[in-house]
Structure formats: C-alpha cells, structure tokens
Design a protein around this ligand. Structure first.
Ligand code: BEZ
Length: 237
C-alpha cells in the first residue's frame, strides 16, 4: 500500500496574526506588503498556475467583481508560482480570447505577484505538498486595514472558489467590526445579527426582558440590523 510521506513543515499564519511582510514584483509594479495597503482591506489569494482553466475562470470572476470589492474598501492581490512574463501573457490571453458565463474582454488591473522561488507562498502556507509541491493551493487571506489576518480559506486545486461567499465574508467582517455584533450562519445584510454573550447573571436577565433583542435563551440573542445602515457603513460611494 502507498503511504503518504511525512509532510515538509512550512509555517502558516493564523487568524489574528499580523500578515507576514514581503516585497514582491507584480503585474502592476513592485509592492511592499502589507504596508502599501494600510487603511484598506485586502484579499490576498493564491492560484495554482497561469494558463489553467479553473484559475482562468477565477481571475475573470475577480476582475468582473473588482469594482464591487473596491467599493467595500477592499483591494485584491493575486499570486502564483509563475514568472512575470507568464502572468502578463496569460492576462493578455484572458482579455483577448476567453469568454466565461457572459464575461469577456476583461482586463485584470489588480496586481498578480510573481513568486517563482515560492518565497511568499511558503510564508503564507500556500504550498501544501501532499496536494502539490510546486503549485500553490487556492488560498484566501482576508486582511484588515491594520494588517491583521481576519479570515483564511483554503480550497484544493480542482475546486474553483465561490465569489459570493468571499464578498459575504468581507461584508460580514466589516459589519462585525462596525456594530460590535456577530453574524449567524448564511448571514447577509438585512438579516438579524447575534448580540455578544452576557457577561453576568444581571445582564443575562436584562437581555431576556429586553424589547430590542429577541432572546431564545440568555446566551442566544439576536437583534435587527437594517440592511441600508450596513451597506451605507461599509460601502464607499
Ligand atoms: C486549473 O486551474 O484548471 C487547475 C490548476 C491546477 C490543477 C488542476 C486544475
């Protein structure tokens, strides 16, 4: 029977850590990460390789939605273990030749990092050797305006990401920060939000009697949060 070799250990940043620093060459020039992005949310994502079909659909989806992410004060930064000229040629091909789900003629204007030596990919735990030792998996790091990693999502090579979910994650994180609440399963703007746990017996009692909240039990309280208020708070004009 084949056995899986013990994995090489690469460090992996965790939720709550400062985003590891790096300088890199990208299709939009040099970047100094995360310093250049202070004050913005960032989605830093890796993909396995240029000129591959699933990655192409993902880049087209991100390019199509870039403006929507930017309006939520979020910049996109991509990475793969390919060189700059490969990136440039692939992005040109996407614009000139590829149509997917009605999207076409799409220009990718966000930076795509060249990472031939895998320096950045290893720093961020994007190389998962039992999946592939020379290609990055589909990692997503959502980083806040202070450079703190707030969400990490990993997908394998064969599985294209869900862009509605990435956008939902961004808006949910911003809503949690702005209103001091948590967001339940499948939350979207306009849905009720979760009020943080009661810290004392007195608070627990007050909550059960509160008209502002709907408490199913002392630990499970929700309240309304207006959709327009959420969107006005997180979206720029
Ligand atoms: C793709 O993007 O199509 C792909 C890349 C690496 C492995 C499998 C699929």
């Amino acid at each position: 029977m084949d056995s899986i070799e013990a994995p090489q250990v690469f460090s992996m940043p965790r939720i709550g850590d400062a985003a590891p620093k790096f300088k890199a060459t990208t299709t939009q020039g040099e970047i100094n990460f995360p310093e250049d992005y202070q004050g913005s949310w960032v989605i830093l994502f890796s993909h396995p390789a240029d000129f591959t079909p699933v990655c192409t659909t993902e880049f087209m989806s991100f390019a199509h939605l870039e403006d929507k992410f930017n309006k939520a004060n979020c910049q996109l930064v991509g990475l793969s273990v390919d060189g700059l000229y490969s990136h440039i040629a692939w992005l040109r091909t996407i614009k000139e030749k590829i149509e997917f789900k009605g999207m076409k003629d799409l220009e990718v204007t966000f930076p795509l990092i060249e990472d031939i030596k895998m320096d950045v990919a290893k720093k961020y735990g994007m190389i998962q050797p039992n999946e592939d030792s020379t290609k990055a998996v589909r990692a997503v790091f959502v980083i806040d305006p202070k450079g703190i990693i707030r969400t990490i999502i990993y997908y394998p090579l064969s599985l294209g990401r869900n862009f509605d979910e990435l956008y939902r994650v961004l808006i949910a994180l911003q809503t949690a920060d702005a209103f001091g609440v948590a967001t339940p399963a499948d939350w979207k703007p306009g849905d009720d939000v979760i009020v943080g746990p009661a810290g004392s017996c007195g608070t627990a009692k007050e909550r059960m009697e509160s008209e502002e909240m709907d408490c199913k039990d002392w630990f499970f309280c929700t309240k309304k949060l207006d959709k327009d208020l959420v969107l006005d708070t997180v979206l720029k004009d």
